[in-house]
Design a protein around this ligand. Structure first.
Ligand SMILES: Cc1cc2nc3c(=O)[nH]c(=O)nc-3n(C[C@H](O)[C@H](O)[C@H](O)COP(=O)(O)OP(=O)(O)OC[C@H]3O[C@@H](n4cnc5c(N)ncnc54)[C@H](O)[C@@H]3O)c2cc1C
Length: 393
């Protein structure tokens, strides 16, 4: 297991005072997601100004652009603290989307001009970012997407199609849109484009009501005859799959370490409750059936952390981590659902009430089994890596 230095502990502690500020009013925000007015749009990201001031959005970016220059593991270590300290799961999710959706691929695949144009605004949060991969046709089957891009002369592309489930989409200033530039080339026919809000033909839909993560705006995008400069291609045409692979590793490692932090907080809360709450003249934690649920929560946290940090170390060392990242995602997302459900149960009737925030945790957790590649798709990836190919007949 990774050894954290004193500098890591100090770094994490530096952000801790913000979490109370970011958590404040999170239950109201869940019931009325549009109530916070930090943005001029219809679906603001709650507390965005405070998020910006915290400096969290700068973590993994080079100091040259206003970032903190942290490596992947240090970034995750801070984000685990965010999950433990901030009770607003939707806000944490929007923060992770901001970190990974455009800034991370720009830093890795962007040329100097694109970086200079966009990274400073991404680091300070004045540019809100999103990524649009899923469309009405291509969900789990990314290459089955309907979004196309065709060359328009030498220096532009025309994008056409729709995107769905875009986190931060209703308020995003900059969106990485994945489109097929040549469907016959399979993975080499996918390209990632940087599309700015205000581009003619781009329409962002409103924030859509959903089961959980309600303070994270999510919506649809329509692109009709959208003319995008060729300079806004990330990497080069045909490199979209490599861009997506890089982004998905970061997305899974960063957003699920937040969940591990949230699971740790929930575990501590359940231990405290099980120690204090008495029934039949004894603390409920002394009943083996309650203790066992709490032990499972503990195993879930530790398992998730180990898989996530181990996979991250593999990324840094250049190992093939396809299987490890998929396992880390399945382990963490499923442990989070079980942990949230156990917490509701352990708190009894109080756990079912909105005011304890535990039912919200459960609704938030369900999303984790779907976004960043569903549980089923991760398992298929693991099976393929084991050489178990699916039959086409
Ligand atoms: C909260 C949230 C945030 C999201 N944010 C974003 C975002 O920012 N950007 C973005 O682009 N997308 C985002 N998504 C979309 C998400 O990535 C997709 O929902 C996901 O990839 C699944 O695609 P789909 O919804 O089209 O389901 P489908 O692909 O239609 O799948 C439906 C069901 O069939 C299963 N299935 C599909 N194929 C197979 C197979 N071969 N074998 C077995 N089972 C299979 C799936 O696992 C799933 O259970 C978000 C989703 C959620 C819930």
């Amino acid at each position: 297991m990774y050894e954290w230095s004193q500098a890591h502990h100090e770094l994490r502690a530096e952000f801790a005072p913000w979490y109370e500020v970011l958590s404040e009013g999170h239950l109201d925000a869940d019931n009325d997601p549009g109530s916070d007015t930090d943005s001029d749009g219809g679906s603001p990201i709650r507390k965005w100004e405070q998020v910006r001031a915290s400096g969290l959005l700068r973590l993994p970016f080079h100091t040259e652009w206003g970032g903190r220059g942290l490596d992947l593991l240090s970034t995750m270590y801070v984000l685990e603290g965010l999950g433990e300290g901030c009770r607003d799961g939707g806000l944490c999710f929007s923060i992770c989307t901001q970190l990974v959706s455009a800034g991370i691929p720009l830093q890795r695949f962007g040329g100097p001009e694109l970086k200079a144009r966009y990274l400073p605004g991404i680091c300070d949060g004045s540019t809100i970012t999103a990524h649009a991969i899923t469309d009405p046709r291509g969900g789990s089957d990314v290459l089955g997407m309907g979004m196309t891009a065709k060359p328009d002369g030498d220096d532009h592309w025309i994008l056409d199609g729709d995107k769905v489930f875009v986190t931060n989409g209703p308020v995003a200033d900059l969106i990485v849109v994945y489109a097929l530039t040549d469907a016959s080339l399979g993975p080499f026919g996918l390209t990632a484009f940087l599309v700015e809000r205000g581009t003619e033909g781009l329409l962002a839909g409103p924030d859509l009501p959903k089961l959980g993560l309600r303070s994270s705006p999510l919506g649809e995008l329509s692109l009709r005859n959208c003319r995008i400069p060729a300079a806004n291609v990330l990497g080069r045409p045909g490199l979209g799959f490599a861009v997506l692979d890089h982004v998905m590793r970061w997305e899974i490692l960063c957003s699920f370490i937040v969940q591990a932090g949230a699971m740790r907080h929930r575990l501590d809360r359940c231990v405290a409750h099980a120690t204090q709450r008495r029934q039949f003249g004894r603390p409920i934690g002394s009943f083996q059936m309650i203790a066992d649920q709490i032990v499972e929560m503990k195993i879930g946290v530790e398992n998730s952390r180990r898989w996530l940090y181990d996979a991250a170390e593999g990324v840094v060392r250049g190992r093939d981590v396809t299987t490890d990242v998929a396992i880390a995602k399945v382990v963490t997302s499923e442990a989070n659902v079980r942990s949230a459900l156990a917490a509701v149960q352990i708190f009894g009737g109080r756990g079912y009430l909105a005011e304890t925030g535990l039912e919200k945790d459960l609704r938030d957790a369900v999303g984790g089994t779907i976004y960043s590649g569903t549980t089923q798709m991760q398992r298929i990836r693991i099976a393929r890596m084991l050489g178990l190919k699916e039959s086409q007949t």
